[in-house]
Design a protein around this ligand. Structure first.
Ligand SMILES: Nc1ncnc2c1ncn2[C@@H]1O[C@H](COP(=O)(O)OP(=O)(O)OP(=O)(O)O)[C@@H](O)[C@H]1O
Ligand SMILES: [Mg+2]
Length: 258
């Protein structure tokens, strides 16, 4: 179920994108232009589209890791476009970002890697090693690991984990920031089918149980159908698909690639 946040009695979306456009320097054509959509809190949204259609660029522009050329992005009632410095950092820190590559620090334990996620809030060297972290931080990291069913692995080095387990650690690390939204860019692209299902199920459960807004990029159309409430599709420089998932079929979604 999705619901909207109330601010001063008015409904506010978790994410709103209005008239967003991006063209990279030296490129004749924009990646996409005039992209607009609003995502209510708790909604699970899949972004699909062919290679190079601009899915990753869209997520990064929403975070302002890449600057859009025009348009506006709102997290809740906060206009992210226009924020600078620590205000931008604070606003970004409420979004957990999970990438295809998990980028864990191999020589550290699972728990230390998750505790690193808390560094977005507190920049202290004490968080580099789990043994130096405050008890409260350690407890929170353990609860994040429990949410991805990995609490038993907390003391294991991350180079001793499977790809699926590593990606679940990356999700736990993102949860450390207490995000209200998760962006995931092809989070299961390098996982085997079963591990991929497991990780998508973890995302989906988090969204449904904690009312987290989930925006994930995928090339697996069956994942788009199974784990989203809504599908957005990019094609030829525009947002050409924005539909509730219910009632869609793989064949219909395949139309985005023809
Ligand atoms: N930093 C950059 N500088 C210049 N061009 C870029 C940059 N990043 C991406 N592009 C171009 O922008 C377009 C969109 O790239 P993007 O990575 O967003 O696509 P995508 O839909 O995520 O593709 P894929 O499915 O392969 O991950 C591509 O043509 C790409 O070459
Ligand atoms: Mg991409």
């Amino acid at each position: 179920m999705t619901q909207q946040t109330l601010v001063d009695g008015k409904e506010v979306n978790a994410l709103a994108v209005r008239g967003l456009s991006k063209r990279f320097n030296g490129s004749a054509k924009p990646v996409w232009s005039d992209v607009s959509f609003e995502i209510p809190r708790g909604q699970r949204v899949a972004i699909i589209g062919g290679n190079g259609s601009g899915k990753s660029t869209l997520l990064r522009c929403c975070m302002r890791l890449i600057e859009p050329d025009a348009g506006e992005v709102f997290f809740g009632s906060q206009r992210v476009t226009g924020l600078q410095g620590r205000h931008l950092a604070a606003s970004r820190s409420r979004v957990g970002f999970v990438f295809q590559k998990h980028n864990l620090v191999h020589r550290l334990s699972v728990l230390s890697n998750v505790i690193h996620g808390g560094m977005a809030h507190t920049r202290t060297p004490r968080l580099w090693f789990q043994s130096l972290a405050p008890q409260e931080t350690r407890q929170h990291a353990l609860s994040c690991l429990e949410q991805v069913n990995l609490a038993d692995f907390c003391h294991r080095r991350t180079d001793q984990l499977s790809g699926g387990q590593s990606q679940r650690v990356a999700i736990a690390r993102a949860l450390m920031q207490k995000p209200n939204m998760i962006f995931a860019d092809e989070p299961v692209a390098s996982l085997d089918p079963q591990a991929g299902e497991d990780v998508m199920q973890v995302f989906s459960d988090l969204a449904q149980q904690q009312n987290l807004t989930l925006v994930f990029v995928t090339h697996h159309l069956e994942h788009a159908l199974r784990y989203s409430d809504r599908v957005l599709g990019l094609r030829e420089g525009a947002l050409t698909l924005d539909t509730p998932t219910q009632g869609q079929s793989i064949q219909q979604l395949r139309g985005m690639y023809e």
